[in-house]
Design a protein. Sequence first.
Length: 135
Amino acid sequence: MHHIEINVSDLKRSTEFWGWLLEFLGYSAYQAWEHGRSWRKGATYLVFAQTEEQFQEPKYHRRRVGLNHLAFHADSRAQVDELTTQLRMRGVPILYEDRHPYAGGPEHYAVFFEDPDRIKVEVVAPIQDRNRRGF
């Protein structure tokens, strides 16, 4: 993957949300301009661009045609747990709370949540980490 560009309804709000999240996951600020920001990790970068007013409706919904969710690698189960704590401290609801952190199944250790535009985000612990711990 070279890059992903996501149009957002409120660039300031999305920059605050995605900036801390991506930096927590090891991304670095990459580009900034009046109507956009990006973060990079290795050769891949994510771009967030302000949606023009005339294109604000209809609002995004992951069940429509298009992007369903973004899934990121975590370094470990401990990183998933720390991220979950940080999300809760920031008031970000955890999706599938009743099944967390196994909402993806018994072998899938992850946290699911939404960004300010309700784009679903998933952060998944590596399989090797789960196997090493006997899961």
